[in-house]
Design a protein around this ligand. Structure first.
Ligand code: NAI
Ligand code: MG
Length: 492
């Protein structure tokens, strides 16, 4: 496992020589130590990225050439799937099959953006019809410059790929600041990039804390664009910082996403997606459907089955066979989620199942999968992101009420609806004020489709062609036919 920063193509120590602990949340043991990057390291990384952009080969290569490197990075990641997935389990706690899925997705993201990089060679130029004789014009897409990317801990390597792959495909150079909670897999990207032949400086990775490494990256005057995924307060702060230099910005923040289940949904189908919507990845998912609205006629039947199925979920170490719920990512998140459940109880919510630390797993950051009923609409647990395996459930009686309750939120990342009536499902999908809507499922995420939120859930879209556009500027090049005199000052 790597432990040093990756700057200008080399692994180097932090300027201060300091390190910080990497902790396994299944037992809270320190398993590794990595470099504690700070302002000096960020400055070195940004300058390396700046030089690689301003004078290096990367932005000047054709899309086809960049695609070759990105494809090799994807291949290299795929070849290391098992090792990287195990590293993710060690650092984040998630069950191995989910970690394997993450790494396979990560490789696929590099392959996808390799294809888009190739398309830039032919599609980055568009003729603009000015409707005026003597002028011709075209719109040209160009890389935005040096990107600063700051990512969270819930999908450590996948979140890195969502920013690194499209940025590199566009011809940008990038400085990546992984979460201090899960720095391991992102650091491997340096070696992977070198092996794939990425020019030095095109990708730089600085591990460290938000205030010490993240903040200087957002403040650095040589950074053109910031891309952030994480909490709303940090996103809001980064936006304020970016405003000083008018940096281009994309934000993917939290949510409190609703899942509306109509009574014509088979019970087992409803239960399957309610569980997947909140317990997958321990509920540490920005798009988790953490508010479930169930149409009154099937409410009792769904709740009864939910309790039965929730009790069957195997909780334990991520490497243990059959485990579907691992520990939360660290002690802070463990305490936060347990406190949230207490807040719910205090506000009058009823714990239908779960609610505490599972027996025999007190040595790690484990929390039982938890279902809360009757949470008041203005209670913290109903309105705010818990980021753990805790779901709030309420009944509803009409479609209008369901849509109103679903949209009554400061957030608008995702929303889901289940119904056998396709016209109704489509109608509700359109009525949701959210950037990602699922019909008859919740959570499946595809590299090809746009990802991002309305309202406080963020700005801009990642993934698909939208994710590439995040890292492109548009320039107009307009030409005057000089055979004609303009004739404003100099009269013919
Ligand atoms: P955070 O949003 O503070 O951290 C995310 C990233 O931002 C990390 O890399 C961190 O080092 C960096 N960061 C922190 N402060 C910064 C600053 N001032 N300037 C620049 N970068 C900064 O989230 P954190 O502290 O890891 O978790 C807090 C809560 O946020 C969690 O309990 C969870 O509820 C929520 N969260 C939501 C996520 C989402 O995807 N919606 C992801 C991670 C956390
Ligand atoms: Mg860790």
């Amino acid at each position: 496992m790597k432990h040093r920063l990756f700057i200008n193509g080399d692994y180097v120590d932090a300027a201060t020589g300091e390190m910080f602990d990497v902790v396994d949340p299944s037992n809270n043991n320190v398993v590794h130590r990595v470099a504690r990057g700070g302002a000096k390291d960020i400055d070195a990384a940004v300058k390396a990225a700046r030089a690689a952009f301003d004078t290096g080969p990367w932005p000047r290569m054709t899309g086809v050439q960049r695609a070759e490197v990105l494809r090799r990075m994807g291949d290299e990641i795929a070849a290391r799937t098992d090792a990287l997935a195990r590293m993710e389990v060690l650092d984040n706690g998630k069950p191995l099959p989910e970690a394997v899925w993450d790494i396979e997705d990560t490789a696929a993201v590099f392959h996808f953006y390799a294809d888009l990089a190739e398309r830039l060679d032919t599609e980055a130029e568009e003729t603009v019809d000015l409707g005026m004789d003597g002028f011709t014009s075209k719109a040209v897409k160009e890389p935005v410059g040096v990107a600063g990317a700051i990512i969270p801990w819930n999908f450590p390597m996948l979140m890195a790929s969502w920013k690194v792959a499209p940025a590199l495909a566009a011809g940008c150079t990038i400085v990546l600041k992984p979460s201090e909670v899960t720095p391991l897999t992102a650091l491997e990207l340096g070696e992977i990039a070198n092996k794939a032949g990425l020019p030095a400086g095109a990708l730089n990775i600085v591990t460290g804390f938000g205030a010490e490494a993240g903040q200087p990256l957002t403040e650095h005057p040589l950074v053109d664009k910031l891309a952030f995924t994480g909490s709303v307060p940090t996103g809001s702060r980064i936006m304020a910082t970016a405003a000083k230099d008018v940096k281009t910005l994309s934000l993917e923040l939290g949510g409190k996403s609703p899942l509306v289940v109509f009574a014509d949904t088979p019970i087992d189908e409803a239960v399957e997606w309610i569980l997947f919507g909140i317990f997958w990845n321990q509920g540490e998912v920005c798009s988790a459907t953490s508010r479930v609205l169930i149409e009154a006629p099937i409410y009792d039947a769904v709740m009864a089955r939910l309790v039965v199925e929730t009790r069957k979920i195997k909780i334990g170490h991520g490497l243990e066979e059959g485990v579907l719920l691992g520990p939360l990512v660290n002690k802070a998140q463990h305490e936060k989620v347990l406190a949230a459940i207490q807040t719910g109880r205090d506000a009058g919510a009823r714990v239908v199942v779960g609610g505490g630390v599972p027996d025999g797993l007190e040595h790690g950051c484990y929390v039982e999968p938890t279902i809360l009923a009757d949470a008041p609409l203005d209670s913290w647990v109903w309105t705010e992101e818990i980021f753990g395996p805790v779901v709030c459930v309420r009944p509803f009686t009409t479609e209008a009420e369901a849509v109103d309750l679903a949209n009554r939120s400061d957030y608008g990342l995702a929303a889901a609806v289940m119904s056998a009536d396709t016209a109704r499902a489509e109608r509700v999908a359109r009525a949701f004020r959210a950037g990602i809507v699922w019909i008859n499922c919740s959570q499946p995420t595809f590299t090809q489709a746009p990802w991002g939120g309305y309202k406080k859930s963020g700005i801009g879209r990642e993934l698909g062609v939208w994710g590439l556009n995040n890292y492109l500027e548009t320039k107009q090049i307009t030409t005057w036919d000089r055979s004609k005199p303009w004739g404003w000052y100099i009269k013919g």
